[in-house]
Design a protein around this ligand. Structure first.
Ligand SMILES: O=C(O)CCC(=O)C(=O)O
Length: 213
């Protein structure tokens, strides 16, 4: 069903921009196929255990660097222990183009981290900051498959004020500058809303970052 109103580029907070439909259907298909290949072992998709003894509902893998609650590593320290797969050049270039499209300026450093999150219908992600990187380059986030509610807050508290944004397949969200350390999370997935031609049950999020490491 089409939307009543077109979805337009919107600044959600200073430094945080939502660009709907940034990836065309072919690019989405290619990225989903690539994610499927990267998600295979070694250092593939895993369930992340949290320090309190729980586990994240979104499953994850990394390229370039492996993220875990202990920080970044070059091996899947809380998975199978294998070396992380390299950051593909095309993905680093895509991240640079995305950041420039959102901010209007080139990012000096190279994007060297991709974290890929997979959400099934019941998965979500609590409010958190992305603060394990040592560089302040904007975070680039691409959505594929089912839509979700993405909650974008402020750098001071995981509670209000925040804005809920619907991210659809192909959408780009970039946050940098004064928004770089804003709390954000995914309270809800909208099951069954992804484009049928992607053949994806669930949602993939590819978040691209500069490590500064
Ligand atoms: O899935 C998303 O859109 C957000 C992912 C996220 O916040 C993260 O990986 O830190």
């Amino acid at each position: 069903m089409g939307a009543l109103f077109g979805r337009e580029r919107r600044e959600i907070a200073p430094g945080a921009v939502h660009l709907p439909d940034w990836l065309d259907p072919d690019a989405q298909r290619e990225l989903v196929a690539a994610c499927r290949a990267w998600a295979r072992p070694p250092a593939g998709l895993r369930t992340v255990r949290t320090p309190g003894g729980g586990q994240m509902t979104a499953r994850q893998f990394g390229l370039g660097w492996h993220w875990s609650p202990r920080g970044y590593a070059r091996t899947a320290v809380d998975g199978d222990g294998a070396p992380v797969k390299p950051m593909p050049t095309e993905l680093a270039e895509l991240a640079a183009r995305a950041a420039q499209a959102a901010t209007g300026a080139p990012v000096a450093a190279a994007y060297d981290i991709a974290l890929v999150n997979f959400y099934d219908a019941d998965a979500r992600m609590g409010m958190h900051q992305d603060r394990d990187e040592e560089a302040d380059a904007p975070v680039v986030s691409l959505s594929l498959g089912d839509a979700c509610v993405f909650r974008f807050g402020n750098p001071h508290t995981r509670t209000k004020p925040y804005t809920d944004v619907e991210l659809h397949s192909g959408d780009l969200f970039v946050f940098g500058g004064p928004a770089r350390l804003a709390f954000h999370g995914v309270p809800r997935i909208r099951p069954g809303t992804g484009p049928a031609e992607l053949g994806l049950t669930g949602r993939l999020n590819v978040t691209l970052r500069v490590s500064g490491l």
